[in-house]
Design a protein around this ligand. Sequence first.
Ligand code: SF4
Length: 96
Amino acid sequence: MVNASKHPNITLLTYSDVIGFSGITGDYKVKIRKNPRYVDESKCTGCGLCTENCPIKVPNEFYNGIGERGAIYIPFPQAVPKYAVMDKSVCIDCKS
Ligand code: SF4
């Protein structure tokens, strides 16, 4: 994943979903929805400080509910790019 992220001919579209596809091999179009991280990717260094200070604790999906994550979290240890994601459905907007 790190090699792919640094390859000059590859554009990573992370935290995104394919929502449509049309055409044939060699001549096709893909429609992609980029999901909001609610984190400024140009400022996030992936240091994890925000994840340590978040008071929310919910089951961690990456570990099948074993362990917890905050309302803001880095999806998994080897995430590329290593940006935090805010789960607005559980965030209490405490600004801590
Ligand atoms: S504002 Fe939301 S994401 Fe940030 S620390 Fe508070 S609960 Fe966590």
